[in-house]
Design a protein around this ligand. Structure first.
Ligand code: HEC
Ligand SMILES: [Cu+2]
Length: 379
């Protein structure tokens, strides 16, 4: 009986273990790194653990030796030798910690510079992706050197409670940021309302996004995959739901995705004719949904096909999302529930509720949203 009670006590602990184990699924952990920056962070966590373990072992060993060896013995009434103010001792326990801190300081300082490194020159990759490099040059002429040198530059804006990712190629993505693997991707980060913090634990450190200030950092993913990110700065009622995903693709797939995302915009390129033809056919099949999307005012906040504003996440590739606003699975019922009352899923968010939308428009909009995919086009 007693033994059983004892085991029950471990239940919360084991529950916690399984809950935490679940965190690994989305690669939302700094303990399983998938990029050079995250690897550096983990290495340093382990190094400082070793240093701390060493300190604990030495201190406790000395402590137990003192307790056992210098116990008061029977009949021993002498006052022990007094050592306060001993220069030798004071120096020893000052120098040792300084030495230990120095061990930590060297990699910390070199690593800080490594992480703050400016985006690399595009020299290695420019050959294959002359097209996008040209696009960048054209648009980024007034920008800083570091941005022009990077092969991929993405402007990040934190909003209550979603993330906007603007690509140098001129299109925008909401809540899901696509990057190529094996390259440093440069992020320029800011916020529109309050301070947020951009953090992808499996890829690297976190950095604040601050209204009116532009911070910069790079991240690199070693292999293709989905890496979950979080807002790491309390920013309002739905802060805990302000997630995003980094989707790392091989270079070729990434280029294809970029082309698909920027394809709808006719910027005087060779394939503009083709693109506008595509657009036309899309428009005619989807006109009901598109019309309803405009009639109901959604277009005032959500960009599709390069139109609309950035007050809400771009929906031009909405059908590729796994979750609506990162909180509920994408399916028709959830989509309707979200549109009718977004606040019930994400308290305090900035999308107005449309509780009384007629079913016809609702169905048309849902069908329209489900058709907006960049990945489908690639297959
Ligand atoms: C006033 C601006 C505004 C209007 C109008 C608006 N939305 Fe939104 N919408 C937002 C914002 C802001 C978010 C992000 C909410 C969050 O995650 O905090 C959002 C999120 C969404 C999402 C989830 C996007 C994702 O990345 O998963 C969908 C879908 C959506 N809106 C559909 C619609 C539809 C359909 C309409 C028209 C009935 C509409 N919205 C009207 C601002 C708006
Ligand atoms: Cu936030």
């Amino acid at each position: 009986m007693k033994g059983r009670i004892g085991l029950w006590r471990f239940l919360p602990l084991s529950a916690m273990f399984f809950l935490l184990a679940g965190c690994g699924e989305d690669k939302l952990t700094a303990l399983d790194p998938y990029g050079p920056q995250a690897e550096w962070i983990l290495d340093n966590m382990i190094l400082s653990l070793y240093v701390m373990a060493l300190v604990i072992i030495v201190v406790f060993t000395l402590f137990f030796i003192a307790v056992v060896k210098f116990r008061k013995k029977e009949g021993d009434n002498e006052i022990p030798k007094q050592v306060e103010g001993s220069k030798a001792l004071e120096l020893t326990w000052t120098i040792i910690p300084v030495f230990l801190l120095a061990i930590l300081a060297v990699p910390t300082i070199t690593g800080t510079y490594y992480m703050a490194e400016e985006a690399p020159e595009a020299a290695g990759t420019s050959g294959e992706e002359g097209e996008s490099a040209e696009g960048e040059d054209g648009e980024g002429s007034g920008e800083e050197v570091q941005e022009e040198d990077a092969s991929v530059v993405i402007d990040v804006t934190g909003h209550q409670f979603w993330w906007q990712f603007d690509y140098a190629e001129g299109f925008s993505a909401g809540n899901e940021v696509y990057i190529p693997t094996g390259e440093k991707v440069w992020f320029n980060l800011t916020a529109s309302d309050v301070i947020h913090s951009f953090w992808v634990p499996a890829l690297g450190g976190k950095i604040d996004t601050i209204p009116g200030i532009e911070n910069g950092m790079w991240l690199e993913a070693n292999e293709p995959g989905v890496y979950k990110g979080k807002c790491a700065e309390l920013c309002g009622p739905s802060h805990a739901l302000m997630d995003f995903k980094v989707i790392a693709l091989e270079r070729d797939d990434y280029d294809a995705w970029v082309e698909e995302m920027s394809g709808d915009e006719t910027s005087g390129e060779e394939d503009s004719e083709e693109a506008s033809q595509e657009e036309e056919t899309q428009d005619s099949t989807m006109s009901d949904g598109r019309q309803a999307f405009e009639d109901q005012g959604c277009i005032a906040c959500h960009a599709v096909d390069g139109q609309g504003t950035g007050q809400g996440p771009t929906l031009s590739n909405f059908a590729d999302r796994e979750k609506i606003a990162n909180v509920i699975d994408v399916n028709d019922e959830n989509l309707e529930a979200w549109i009718r009352n977004p606040g019930s899923f994400k308290e305090g968010n900035n999308m107005p509720a449309s509780p009384n939308m007629n079913d016809e428009d609702m169905d048309a909009i849902i069908e329209y949203l489900n058709s907006l995919s960049a990945e489908d086009e690639l297959e």
